[in-house]
Ligand binder design. Structure first.
Ligand code: MF3
Ligand code: CO
Length: 248
């Protein structure tokens, strides 16, 4: 069932979304060569707690850490460790938290030091694909049109779309109905209504779309070892568009 949020629920999601945004801004300043991904996770855990929120990732189906940190060819769900970030890496931070029982979910991929032009384009175009999808979000629009816009933008920019993972409804649960795939057919699927809240999250690859799971049972990596990027916002569907709850 796809829920419509009340004004009060939306207020709580806006708080969870704003603190998520602030957490991204804070962690971005820490992404320098030499820091370990576990150190980033620890900083995230402290930030989330100090701001009155609870990590939605920690303990989610047994996930061990505060946030997901995925480096280079890691697509999503990487687990912070003693891995040291190096100049030229790209690192995806996927942050999920709740405030008074309402969740926010936002991801972005950041450069560490100086990255290649190809990787910078991967970052820019994955964010572009997210924004192209969001541009289709409004009451009355079909979900397939949003998915199609993401897929089309990705392909026009020479990137492949990871198909095994998708966006989702969000609210009192981190993952609610509907699924929001990053590929699809225009004019098909669910009709969006004002008051729905969605986490939209393209995961795009430089090389093959195929991915596999490492034997930690969490980390998803590209099958060909090429880099991957992930951008995600939690958004509220409006009559005439959308509002990003995890932005400025
Ligand atoms: N942000 C991820 C998603 O929407 C969820 C992370 S849950 C975790 O799929 F357990 F992997 F952390
Ligand atoms: Co998500």
């Amino acid at each position: 069932m796809v829920s419509i949020k009340s004004d009060r629920e939306i207020e709580l999601m806006k708080i969870a979304g704003h603190i998520n945004y602030l957490c991204h801004k804070y962690l971005e300043t820490k992404l320098k060569p030499g820091i370990t991904t576990k150190e980033i996770d620890d900083l995230a855990g402290k930030f989330i707690e100090e701001h009155g929120c609870i990590s939605s990732s920690k303990g989610y189906e047994g996930y061990p850490n505060n946030i997901c940190i995925s480096v280079n060819d890691e697509v999503v769900h990487g687990i912070g460790s003693d891995r040291v970030l190096e100049d030229g890496d790209i690192v995806s931070l996927d942050i999920c938290m709740s405030y008074k029982g309402y969740h926010s979910d936002s991801a972005a991929t950041y450069p560490v030091g100086t990255i290649s032009k190809r990787d910078q384009e991967l970052l820019d175009n994955t964010k572009g694909a997210l924004m192209a999808g969001l541009a289709e979000v409004k009451a009355g629009a079909k979900l397939g049109t949003v998915s199609h816009a993401i897929e089309t933008y990705a392909h026009e920019h020479g990137l492949s779309v990871v198909e095994e993972l998708c966006g989702h409804g969000i609210g009192t649960e981190l993952h609610e109905d509907p699924d929001v795939p990053n590929f699809g057919k225009e004019g098909t699927g669910l009709t969006l209504k004002a008051g729905m809240t969605l986490a939209i999250e393209p995961m795009l690859n430089l090389g093959t779309k195929h991915v596999y799971l490492l034997d930690d049972d969490w980390t998803v990596i590209t099958a060909d070892g090429e880099n991957s990027a992930h951008f995600e916002h939690t958004v509220l569907v409006l009559d005439d568009g959308y509002e990003i709850l995890t932005g400025e």
